[in-house]
Design a protein around this ligand. Structure first.
Ligand code: DGJ
Length: 360
């Protein structure tokens, strides 16, 4: 890797054509000495998907070559990924057994706002695509999470039927949420899946991590051997905690997850979790961000953590500064993750160098 690359968080980031990179809510996949950046193409005046998922490649993480649209939205009326749908937070993983690239994303059907709350999956033979849409849906219908094995469904049903007396956000309502009221509400049709990422562990097992239960609770679901479907094994994380934008990485046998709160496109204070097993228990810690504007995640919202050298603890925090009035002008925050007393910290810097991160 040519490591002498300068990263300028929050600035316009031109690609090889001189055009600001258009790959929002994205993630990076490393293939040999090449990095591939996948993200949402954002239009100038709408946050709906008018183009699809874009792909860029780079050998140094600063200079990116536009590789085109990896997954195109469809012009077939009624298609799940019809132009004008909402297609967010795409992430690509590589499956060594099938030799296929698998893309997961959050999908909302055209004209239905954020009601569908589905995952989408697409596959390709080549990193940059073209990706073929496979399916969209809710997660693990008719299966209980492993950490909610014996819910009191009678009590939860009674609580659900107490409308409108049982008001949202009351302590009693929150208690029922924690006990799985929405897990149960969505049991037959499958769990909601909005903000999301996918993660391949050292043993080759892959996981889908997504905001579920009306964005109140995160869930982590195991993927099957070809990474294109769920196995049925999943857990709830931080029930009622309202986490979005999950980004996960692993260092020294500990899983770390950075998330955001739920404030639409507006920035909020990042959260952090750690666990010794991906199945939990997950312990919540303060935001990893420090210094000025840390309480607003420097104006951004997490999307991915890029592992440069997992053994040496070299990770890059990736976030989006959204511009809902002019979505294509959204900016990127890439910052090094440092470890202080074994805990990740992220500090703003106007400009930094990949070489300094790798040689620290
Ligand atoms: C916050 C999410 O993190 C984004 O991906 C997007 O869905 C916005 N909400 C929409 O308001």
């Amino acid at each position: 890797m040519k490591v002498n690359a300068e990263i300028r968080p929050g600035e316009i980031w031109p690609d090889d054509r001189g055009v600001h990179i258009n790959a929002h809510g994205g993630g990076v996949l490393r293939c040999g000495d090449t990095f591939y950046w996948f993200g949402e193409h954002k239009a100038d005046t709408t946050s709906s998907a008018m183009v699809g998922v874009t792909c860029y490649s780079s050998k140094d993480l600063e200079h990116w070559t536009y590789r085109g649209v990896a997954l195109k939205v469809s012009d077939t009326p009624g298609s799940d990924i019809e132009r004008g749908c909402i297609l967010e937070r795409p992430k690509v993983i590589y499956n060594k057994k099938t030799k296929k690239y698998v893309m997961w994303f959050h999908l909302e059907l055209k004209g239905k706002g954020y009601a569908a709350a589905r995952y989408g999956v697409a596959v390709a033979d080549k990193t940059e695509g073209p990706y073929t849409f496979v399916r969209s849906g809710r997660v693990n219908p008719k299966i209980w999470p492993v950490n909610l094995a014996n819910p009191d469904t009678k009590a939860l049903t009674e609580a659900m039927n107490r409308k409108p007396e049982l008001q949202w956000w009351t302590p009693e309502w929150m208690e029922y949420i924690k006990q799985g009221m929405f897990t149960w509400r969505d049991f037959d049709g499958g769990q909601m899946a909005r903000d999301q990422t996918v993660y391949v562990d050292d043993d080759g097992k892959a996981y889908h991590i997504y905001s579920s239960e009306e964005n109140l609770t995160l869930q982590i679901a195991e993927l099957n051997d070809d990474y294109t479907a769920h196995t049925g094994r999943y857990v709830r994380v931080a029930p009622g905690g309202q986490n979005e934008a999950p980004a996960i990485f692993k260092y020294n046998g500990t899983y770390w997850m950075i998330t955001s709160g739920c404030t639409g496109w507006a920035p909020n204070k990042a959260r952090m979790f750690k666990a010794k097993s991906i199945w939990g228990p997950w312990e919540q810690l303060p935001t990893p961000c420090i210094g000025p504007d840390a309480d607003k995640t420097f104006g951004g919202q997490s999307t991915y953590v890029l592992t440069l050298d997992g053994k040496q603890g070299k990770f890059v925090f990736m976030a989006d500064i959204w511009r809902p009035e002019h979505p294509s002008d959204a900016r990127y925050i890439w910052l090094p993750i440092k470890f202080r007393d074994g805990v990740p910290v992220i500090e703003w810097t106007d400009e930094w160098n990949i070489v300094s991160l790798l040689s620290d």
